[in-house]
Structure formats: C-alpha cells, structure tokens
Design a protein around this ligand. Structure first.
Ligand code: NDP
Length: 457
C-alpha cells in the first residue's frame, strides 16, 4: 500500500467535500497507518498551518459522522506546498523523490494536459500512481490525446480515471442484484424490460459553481461519465469475474454497442436551461443571470439522451439518461420498467401497472413495485411495494476509491479505451448541439423540467 498521497487542487471543492472526508473515513476504519502522509498542493501561498485550518473546517462540515480523532489524524498528517504547474521545481517538490506516491489531479479538466506534462517532467518515483478526475478530457479527441500523453510514462495499471458513482453502495447492489439472484437475470433482457431510466435530477441550482459548470454543462458533467458508467453495469453481460480485466471488458462491450435511439415523436436528445423561479420558498435567478455565466455558451442545465444497444440482449429496450438542475424535487435513481404481462383474466377489473425495480442513488435504497390482489370479494389489483435499505457503508464512495488507489486495485477505475468509448457515444450529440440542430429549451426553476419531459412515477 502506498503511504503518500499528493493532491493537486487541494483548495478546491472536491478535496474539501469528498477527498478529505474519504481519507478521514479510511483512517477511522483502520486503513491508514501512522506513516500516511498527505501533501496538499495548490496555487495559494499558504503555510502548513493555514492549510490545516482550512482542512479542519472542511472536515467538520463534510465529515461530521467520522470520529474527531480520525479527522484530527488526517489534518496532522498533512503538509502544504504551493504549486506552479509551469515550474518543474515546484511540481517536483510536491511529488517528492523518495518513495512511491499517488498524485491526485483534483483540477479543472482544462489544466489536465499541463498537469500531466508537469508530473512527467518531475519524474514520478517507481511504483507511483496518477489519479484523474472526471470528466476525462473535453471531447473524444481530447480524451485520445490525454491517453497518449499518459501512456508515454505510465502503465495502464498506474493510471486511475475515477468515477465515484461506480463506488456507490447502490451501484454495487445493482451488480449483486443482477448477478446473484436467479429471479432477475433471466428477465434481464428486452423481452421483459421495456425501458431503463438512469436519472439524476436535483433541486440544487448553480450554487456559485459557474467557474466549473458553465464550461461543462449537464451532458459532460453527468451523462458522459456517471450515468454512462451506470448504464454499463446495468446492461453488461455477466462477467467471468469482477476483477479489472473481465469487468472492464464487459463494460467496453456495452459502450461499443450504444446508439442514439431515433424514433418519431420522441427525440433522441433534449437540452434546456432554467429560467428564474422558486424552489423551497427561495427565489432562484435565471441561469444566464448567475454570476460567472456566459449566456453565449448556451450551456444546458438539463440534458436527456435516449439510447439503444445494438446487441442480442437489448435490441428493443430504450435507455433514457437524464440529468437536470433546479427542478422542484430531487429524483436520483435507476428504474427498470418491466413490460406488461402478456395476458390477464378477461374479467380483471383494471390493468396492473408494469413492475418497476428502482435502485435509489440518493438516498441509496432498493424498491420493487409489484401488483397483488386486494382484500375484496371480487378479484382486484393492488400495489405491493417491497423496500430494502442498505446497512450504512463502511466507507463513502471516495473512501473506497482512495483505498483502491493506495492499494493499486484498478477494477473500479475507468480504462483508457472505456473513457474514449464513452466520448464516442456522445460525440454525435455534442456535434448536433454545437450546430444548433437541437433547440435549447427553457424551464422555470422549481418546475418539473421542460415541457414534454416524459415522466415516470
Ligand atoms: P474547484 O474549481 O473547486 O477546484 C479546483 C482546484 O484546482 C482549486 O484548488 C484550484 O486552485 C486548482 N487549480 C485550478 N487551476 C489550477 C492551475 N492552473 N494550477 C494549479 N491549481 C489549479 O473544482 P472542483 O474541486 O469542484 O473539481 C476538481 C475536479 O474534480 C474537476 O475535474 C471536477 O470535474 C471533478 N469533480 C468534482 C466534484 C465536486 O463535487 N466538486 C465531483 C466529481 C468530480 P484555485 O483555488 O487557486 O483556483
């Protein structure tokens, strides 16, 4: 296990909200030894003490469920270095020369190329690893270039392209539910499943993050990585093992078979951005009036794509991926819509609703919606809902990912070809949107999205 982690971009939101809490959870669970060192690096001219205060504040806010002693241990194990990516000496000082190190690029995607170059020039000690956050590149060409750049000095097993959705308990449950239960896998195909929705809709608006979000938008922020990763796990063929090669080969098979699903009356893609409105009693300004937003970029805060898989198992099933900001309510789940039964007794008083299997992403839970018979004299149909909640996970998703990085386990990290295939899936969408072929619709903040948004309850 590597005992040193360097974070580039350590003053950013990701580090405070997820990486420091992930490390504190690892320490609390006994995975980090007293030898562990964190080198926090960013552009601020701070002392160790200043950064430690900053880290302690974040930990109090974002990791209040972790014992205070573990939070304190992480703070104590931290040193701060000022980072200038254009200065090889500064980068080398952050990386150190002695033992292997994991270097985590918690940086905006626009500086990934410069950061990788800087790390390469600084020469990583043998056995080191490099971690890259999503989105991996800004488009397919950029992802290919990044992969070339990385392959010049690292083996694939030393590169971690992380996507924390894959480490969520629900997403792991999805795999377990599919692969370890006789009752589901035999139904897991287009003969029995009409549609699969993968949805991340939130009531949060921009929340001051224009600097990052306005250059990215919902499609690149959520669909291109998190939601496509879930699609892979929902739709892949059962792998021989859950080790890195088998799991990632099966995921790549899925990505290679994905096509946009064009059909009359239901567009393959939709995009929109929010206008002024109210959410939970608070006024929300129009997206274009938020500080730091450039309206000319036409950044979408709502993105939806309808996909089909060109393979035996899934031909005829629709996969709908959708993400949106500033809606009336949160809805974050994967929903499996089973087809209706082929026949009912002719005197059944009403049609049953189709069965639904829901994997809640936030909150994380599992629900199966069935139909049963009511307690009446005549046969009547009533809903039956089975709900399972998880035991609290030992580690949050970023704790699990950081443990994988430190121990060298790559099964949950995105392989280079997988990252490229994910961009290939959405390249036609990006091209069509850039040409204005799909109108940028509007929806009021606090609504249920642009009109005609297909709703499934
Ligand atoms: P922030 O903008 O909050 O932080 C970025 C960090 O990078 C800051 O410390 C910033 O320093 C530093 N930085 C920016 N440019 C440079 C540069 N040229 N040289 C050195 N340091 C630089 O972004 P986030 O923390 O939110 O995101 C970081 C990455 O994590 C992104 O790739 C994002 O997509 C990904 N991510 C973020 C999530 C989140 O919830 N925040 C969730 C999942 C992924 P300074 O403060 O000086 O600008």
């Amino acid at each position: 296990m590597i005992e040193r982690l360097t974070i580039f971009g350590a003053t950013g939101d990701l580090t405070g909200r997820y990486l420091l809490p992930g490390l504190a959870a690892l320490r609390a669970a006994g995975y980090l030894s007293d030898e562990f060192q964190l080198i926090a690096a960013s552009r601020e001219d701070w002392t160790d003490e200043q950064y430690r205060e900053h880290a302690a504040e974040w930990l109090e806010r974002s990791a209040s469920n972790v014992p205070a002693s573990a939070r304190r241990d992480v703070v104590t194990a931290t040193r701060y270095h000022k980072l200038d990516l254009a200065d090889p000496a500064s980068v080398a000082a952050c990386i150190g020369r002695a033992e292997p190190v994991a270097v985590y690029l918690a940086l905006p995607p626009s500086v990934f190329h410069a950061a990788i170059n800087a790390v390469r020039q600084a020469r990583l000690p043998t056995g080191s690893r490099l971690v890259l956050e999503k989105p991996f590149g800004e488009n397919l060409r950029d992802a290919i270039e990044l992969n070339h750049q990385l392959a010049e000095f690292l083996d694939e097993g030393e590169i971690f392209r992380v996507d924390h959705f894959v480490a969520m308990t629900t997403v792991q449950t999805l795999l377990g539910t599919r692969l370890a239960n006789r009752i589901f896998e035999s139904l897991w195909n287009s003969s029995h499943i009409a549609e699969i929705e993968i949805v991340w809709e939130e009531s949060l608006a921009l929340e001051g993050r224009a600097g990052y979000y306005d250059g990215v938008g919902a499609l690149k922020d959520m669909l291109q990585n998190h939601l496509l990763q879930i699609l892979c796990l929902v739709a892949m063929e059962p792998p021989l093992s859950v080790s890195e090669r088998d799991l990632r080969d099966r995921k790549v098979d899925v990505l290679r078979s994905v096509r946009l699903m064009e059909s009359a009356g239901d567009p393959a893609t939709r995009r929109a951005r929010y206008t002024a409105g109210r959410i939970d009693g608070h006024d929300i300004p129009s997206y274009v009036d938020e500080e730091g937003v450039d309206p000319a970029r036409a950044t979408e805060t709502f993105a939806e794509v309808r996909l089909e898989l060109d393979n035996w198992r899934w031909s005829g099933t629709a996969f709908r991926l959708r993400s949106a900001k500033a809606l009336a309510a949160d809805r974050k789940e994967v929903v499996i819509h089973f087809r209706p039964v082929p026949h009912l007794p002719i005197d059944t008083p009403q049609d049953p609703p189709p069965n639904l299997l829901r994997f809640g992403l936030e909150p994380e839970d599992l629900t199966l919606e069935l139909t049963g018979a009511g307690p009446h004299a005549r046969f009547s149909l009533v809903p039956l809902i089975l709900r399972a909640r998880h035991e609290p996970a030992e580690l949050p998703p970023y704790g699990r990912l950081l443990l994988d990085v430190l121990t060298g386990e790559t099964a949950l990290s995105i392989r280079g070809d997988e990252a490229e295939e994910s961009w290939r899936v959405l390249s036609p969408v990006l091209d069509a949107w850039a040409k204005g072929a799909v109108p940028l619709a509007e929806y009021p903040a606090g609504s249920s999205g642009p009109v005609q948004a297909p709703r499934h309850s």
